[in-house]
Design a protein around this ligand. Structure first.
Ligand SMILES: Nc1ncnc2c1ncn2[C@@H]1O[C@H](COP(=O)(O)OP(=O)(O)OP(=O)(O)O)[C@@H](O)[C@H]1O
Ligand SMILES: [Mg+2]
Length: 405
């Protein structure tokens, strides 16, 4: 007879409390700082006339600044505060037209069912209001069950959904995360459908996308799509120092822990306004101090900053570097050399250091600004966006880990 089998899963009763920090992409943090105004502004515009300029928006920021989190907050607010139907699609999930169509059919299904059963007059947890539901909503569901392809009838099906929502006195919010990943032709097509539907009387459809800033040069610059041209741009900005301090201190307090002022200073300065870094540093400090056991002290903060910086390099800087062109890499490496000691070199000096002709300087400058690695710093000067970028670049290049083309 063999011995008793060891158990690997924790006891079901021992589920740990939700952690104070969430160092993962797309994870809504327990303490979301510095975004109330932005979220309120977008919601106010969405609540206006969908056929006017207020109905289509895009959130722009480099990686890790919190676009997905803001998008999710807007979705939750739309569902919970207004009872809107929310369809969310990601630009990286395959064909965006087919994905949108699947979401539309799913919502139609939900609407038809909630319409049919008075006891369950709810869409995503919020009542649609009694009287409006007898408005005669019916879709041909049998046809959907036999469906094998998506996309062809999107305009018709989406239009019907928006129309039904309008009759119920509610709205459809379509969100599209990672919008930069959509091919131009698909974005044009989707945009023309949305525009067509939103313009038709009584049809209530609004849109919020999220993307990396470079789409201002690609999708948003498209001359053929008025939908893309007219998207209202909202920048998701780095956090201020006081927001960062609150974002670090509050979750620790909420979980029964403490942090010393000196430790908080060290952590705040290493975060440098970057929300993903905030979550990384917070998480590593919390663990180093053994949760709410000991107050977080300077040694915990220093160790946490070193660990978090490593994670930032691997998950953020390295992938961004890989996405740059050869000349962009040379430009950035030259900037890192000249910025050693914390300076903000002139664009012309960077070009000279990199051996790039001054005539193309403004093109490289613009592309690096769009990558999020570089920020403007006064007239004709540039700086690296995060203080950890320079040391990482210089060290990795010297060690041969990064290759300058
Ligand atoms: N306002 C905030 N306050 C505190 N933490 C935040 C805030 N915004 C985002 N975060 C945290 O930062 C990390 C990155 O957020 P998110 O995934 O939303 O960024 P993103 O801009 O969508 O990045 P990507 O471009 O890679 O998709 C997550 O761990 C999230 O919890
Ligand atoms: Mg995201």
């Amino acid at each position: 007879m063999g011995g008793e089998r060891p158990r690997y899963f924790p006891d079901e009763g021992d589920v740990p409390d939700s952690p104070p920090f969430t160092p993962g992409f797309g994870a809504t943090p327990p303490c979301l700082v510095g975004r109330d105004e932005l979220i309120r502004d977008v919601c106010a515009l969405l609540a206006g006339d969908p056929a006017s300029e207020g109905g289509a928006h895009v959130l722009l920021a480099p990686r890790g600044l919190g676009k997905t989190v803001v998008l999710n907050e807007i979705e939750d607010a739309a569902r919970q505060e207004r009872g809107w139907l929310v369809l969310s699609v990601s630009g990286t999930d395959g064909d965006p037209i087919a994905e949108t169509h699947k979401a539309v059919l799913g919502a139609r299904h939900l609407l038809a069912h909630t319409h049919g059963e008075p006891a369950k007059r709810q869409v995503s947890g919020v009542s649609l209001g009694a009287g409006g539901l007898s408005a005669g909503i019916s879709f041909e569901e049998e046809a959907d069950l036999r469906r094998t392809g998506y996309g062809d009838d999107l305009r018709r099906d989406f239009g019907e959904l928006a129309d039904a929502a309008g009759q119920l006195g509610t709205r459809v919010l379509l969100t599209m995360d990672e919008m930069h990943a959509i091919p131009l032709a698909k974005a044009r097509k989707l945009g023309s459908y949305i525009q067509h539907i939103a313009k038709r009387e009584r049809q209530s459809l609004v849109f919020v996308g999220a993307a990396l800033p470079y789409i201002t040069e690609t999708l948003l610059a498209d001359r053929k799509s008025t939908f893309l041209q007219r998207l209202a741009v909202h920048r998701v900005a780095p956090l201020s120092e006081s927001e960062t301090r609150r974002g670090l201190r509050e979750p620790i307090k909420m979980h029964g822990g403490l942090i010393g002022e000196d430790a908080l200073d060290i952590a705040t300065s290493a975060v440098a306004g970057h929300p993903y870094m905030l979550q990384l540093v917070g998480d590593r400090m919390w663990r180093a101090a053994g949760g709410s056991g000991d107050p977080i002290a300077v040694n915990h903060a220093k160790g946490a900053v070193a660990e978090a910086t490593g994670a930032l390099e691997d998950h953020l800087f390295a992938p961004t570097w890989q996405s740059l062109s050869d000349t962009d890499k040379r430009f950035l490496a030259a900037l890192a050399v000249l910025a050693e000691g914390g300076g903000s070199p002139r664009v012309a000096a960077v070009c000279e250091e990199a051996g790039i002709g001054k005539s193309s300087a403004s093109a490289y400058r613009r592309r690096l600004l769009l990558s999020g690695m570089v920020s403007p710093s006064g007239r004709g000067r540039l700086r690296l966006t995060h203080p950890a970028i320079g040391p990482w670049l210089r060290r990795s290049i010297a060690a041969g880990a990064l290759h300058i083309p």
